[in-house]
Design a protein around this ligand. Structure first.
Ligand SMILES: Cc1cc2nc3c(=O)[nH]c(=O)nc-3n(C[C@H](O)[C@H](O)[C@H](O)COP(=O)(O)OP(=O)(O)OC[C@H]3O[C@@H](n4cnc5c(N)ncnc54)[C@H](O)[C@@H]3O)c2cc1C
Length: 385
């Protein structure tokens, strides 16, 4: 494998500092006027169409995309700053997360002119929610074994099969569906295509799957002869594997992979300040903050590499592996340091955040590719596998 030029320049410039101040002021006002309630893992559980639209109106969605498709032609690092600020306060960003993080860029990269013009600007305006239908009941890590099948009919395709864990599938305006469209002459990666399904879709049943918290975030999606016109096949028949692997690289590269539980760290610091005589909390928090700062520096480096036109999938896999373990360790440290009965209904923000962070912990190292799979990618990138 060819390594990019290193080290990546992971500094944030003056434009980023100005932007950060704008985002902070916006969030301060939103919090002051009850625009949202902060929470841990807000990019998974914080669904708020109105808030998403406000971000779109400010030009903070699809920031790096071309102006003619509703973007702002700003840098990856500027986008990074916006995301970082939103996650730090636990703002409700789940509605647009998948569309903004990966779908829009995939359509820009692989779509027809008509698909770009029709589908991308609404994402940038915060008006279009997407769900990603990749995983299946027996297919997760080994994604190329997808069994949902799309069969050719006149001018269209018909999808039959079951997808699981589809985040925001019940709220989505469109779905990105990875399907088998041929046997790929015996090579499983070759027979896959990415179909875009407009919602609501006849023949599609959406069944909720509850999180440990009881919340409805993801779904089982049962496709029974769901019809998709030819014009909604992305990148052409048989291009699904190329699209989904590019998509996953974007999915793994962002700061959400180590910031899901960060609002809890803020509450831990507040609690530790109230007990200066106990050094245990200060030592543990110091360790967490230094780990966080290292991850942040690495993650900005990933954004910088993307800005230079690289696809840093090995670097992103490394940050995600280290970052998702950090998220769980943070929740665990809160539990060990401060005696409490974490409750989702507690009026105490620390207990409330702790309950959210702890109950979501099993998901951190699973979603977007498990840590075992990521380590395989890193090992292959290093040439030791
Ligand atoms: C909160 C959350 C949201 C999600 N949202 C979506 C979504 O929107 N859309 C979507 O399509 N999917 C989504 N997923 C599914 C997610 O992508 C899968 O759970 C993940 O890819 C793992 O697949 P699996 O659950 O089938 O586990 P499996 O692939 O069955 O893995 C089980 C275990 O075996 C290990 N393992 C598997 N293969 C190997 C190997 N080759 N080497 C070493 N170890 C291995 C894994 O690491 C894991 O520990 C979501 C998951 C979660 C938790």
């Amino acid at each position: 494998m060819k390594f990019p030029r290193l080290p990546a320049d992971n500094r944030l410039d003056a434009a980023c500092r100005v932007l950060r101040a704008e985002v902070r002021e916006f969030l301060r006002q939103e919090l002051a006027t009850g625009g949202f309630e902060p929470e841990c893992d807000s990019w998974l559980r914080g669904f708020n169409r109105e808030f998403t639209r406000k971000l779109g109106m400010r030009g903070w969605l699809g920031m790096t995309w071309p102006l003619r498709y509703g973007g702002q032609e700003r840098s990856q690092r500027e986008r990074y700053v916006v995301i970082e600020e939103l996650l730090a306060v636990g703002a409700p960003v789940a509605g647009h997360w998948i569309a903004e993080r990966q779908v829009g860029s995939s359509i820009l990269r692989h779509g027809t002119e008509d698909q770009k013009q029709r589908l991308v600007p609404p994402i940038a305006r915060g008006e279009s929610i997407f769900g990603a239908c990749y995983s299946e009941p027996d297919v997760g890590s080994d994604l190329a074994s997808v069994k949902a099948r799309a069969v050719r009919i006149d001018g269209a395709w018909k999808i039959t099969g079951t997808k699981v864990w589809t985040s925001q599938g019940h709220n989505a305006d469109h779905l990105f569906v990875l399907c088998r469209t041929s046997d790929g002459e015996g090579v499983k990666h070759r027979g896959l295509s990415m179909l875009i399904v407009a919602m609501p879709a006849r023949g599609l049943t959406v069944r909720p799957i509850r999180l440990l918290t009881g919340e409805h975030h993801f779904n089982e999606m049962i496709f029974d002869d769901v019809e998709v016109p030819d014009s909604m096949v992305l990148g052409g028949e048989g291009e699904g594997w190329k699209i989904v692997t590019g998509d996953l690289a974007m999915e793994r590269s962002g700061p959400e992979r180590f910031m899901s539980t960060l609002p809890l760290l803020g509450e831990m610091i507040r609690k530790a300040r109230a007990m200066p005589e106990d050094p245990r909390a200060q030592i543990a928090i110091g360790e967490l903050v230094s780990r966080f700062w290292t991850l942040r520096s690495m993650s900005i480096g990933v954004a910088a590499l993307m800005e230079q036109g690289y696809e840093p999938s090995v670097e992103a896999a490394l940050v995600k592996d280290l970052g998702t373990r950090f998220e769980g360790d943070l929740a665990q440290a809160a539990r060990l340091l401060f005696p409490m009965i974490p409750s989702l209904d507690s009026d105490d923000r620390f207990e409330n955040f702790a309950a959210q962070a702890i109950l979501h912990t099993p998901a951190y190292t699973l979603r977007g590719g498990t840590n075992e799979i990521l380590r395989g990618i890193v090992a292959r990138g290093l040439g030791v596998r």
